[in-house]
Design a protein around this ligand. Structure first.
Ligand code: AVJ
Length: 336
């Protein structure tokens, strides 16, 4: 590992430019179920992260833009409430929106009057090594007084690695409504791990996509330029690469629907014709029928009341909530 300020948490990973996760038990489990599913984390090889960045700029994909506006408007207030602290970002990607927070925390840290000012530190965590490396280098260039340590790994690995913080306060933040990828049980498990990586008085800042009309939601996940389709299909290319597979991307189509009962977007890949697929490294062969679906992602849409109850059940008390004027997106600041 030669890259400065980047720590690789997963033992099986050997190449910083590629993604980790070669285990594949979760792939076997998902593909042998009926109906078939695949874990959303396999979207994010370097190509997938790049496609996700493009999704964020699409006219139909409102979440990134809306959350960025909220952050732009309220980052100073957030930093004033929490005061100077160590900033830990889960799933940092390109850290684009993070600049608002970093600017605000830089001001708060610089305004400290003590003779020994706190260091201003940021720990981005991501599974995609390429984007993490670029981000760390870029941030070091932009913020000279910032200490950046990128962690290449999963949320679980990173939260375990961080352990408890001693002496100084910490804020973990998880933006973009990525928590929406977890079902209820998984999100409870996740929040409990977050809670355990924090000490009493520490903060957690969570970005959540709120419920809204079906048409707006479905348009956001079935964009007219078909970038989301390419993003969805890229998961198969990533699996081919990881597990010596032979998915033929031409034999699948993308579709996202809003499930109004479970209040979640569901992204599917549908087969155009019946065929077999093998993943040699996993010693797995599967039969796919014409029109069969593979669920690749859920993206839950939240309710501000319900999320506060859930956060509280994991020891996280809401301090303040900010939204945009249309109430499309919410930022929840909570404290242990
Ligand atoms: C990064 C998980 C928040 O669910 O909106 C975007 C991923 N998938 N378009 C989301 C995604 C399709 C995104 N998250």
């Amino acid at each position: 590992m030669t890259v400065k300020h980047l720590k690789v948490l997963h033992q099986h990973n050997s190449d910083v430019n590629q993604v980790i996760y070669k285990d594949g038990d979760d792939v076997i489990e998902g593909l042998t179920q009926n109906p078939k599913t695949l874990p959303a984390k396999y979207f994010y090889d370097d190509r997938g992260s790049e496609l996700f960045e493009q999704i964020c700029d699409l006219p139909e994909y409102y979440p990134t833009r809306t959350e960025a506006l909220i952050l732009k408007q309220y980052a100073d207030e957030i930093a004033t409430i929490t005061g100077s602290c160590e900033l830990v970002e889960l799933g940092s990607g390109s850290s684009t929106k993070t600049h608002y927070l970093l600017d605000a925390y830089q001001k708060v840290t610089n305004s400290l009057t003590e003779s020994i000012p706190d260091t201003f530190s940021y720990i981005p965590i991501d599974v995609s090594g390429g984007i993490l490396k670029t981000t760390v280098l870029h941030l070091q260039d932009k913020y000279h007084d910032l200490s950046v340590e990128g962690l290449l790994g999963t949320y679980e690995e990173a939260l375990l690695h961080l352990g408890k913080n001693h002496g100084r306060s910490r804020m973990i933040f998880f933006l973009g409504s990525s928590i929406g990828n977890f079902n209820q049980a998984e999100s409870n498990d996740f929040l409990s791990k977050v809670s355990h990586a924090l000490t009493k008085g520490d903060y957690f800042l969570l970005g959540i996509d709120l419920q809204k009309p079906k048409e707006i939601l479905e348009a956001a996940y079935n964009d007219s330029q078909e970038v989301t389709a390419a993003f969805n299909l890229n998961m198969l290319a990533h699996l081919n690469w990881c597990f010596q597979g032979n998915f033929d991307l031409n034999l699948f189509t993308h579709q996202a629907i809003y499930n109004e009962v479970d209040r979640q977007i569901e992204m599917y890949l549908y087969t155009k014709s019946s065929h077999q697929v093998s993943l040699d490294i996993l010693d797995l062969k599967i039969q796919l029928e014409t029109g069969e679906s593979i669920l690749t992602e859920i993206s839950r849409k939240f309710d501000l009341e319900a999320i506060q109850v859930q956060l509280r059940s994991q020891g996280l008390e809401t301090v303040k909530i900010w939204t945009d004027p249309q109430q499309w997106f919410g930022l929840v600041l909570c404290q242990v």
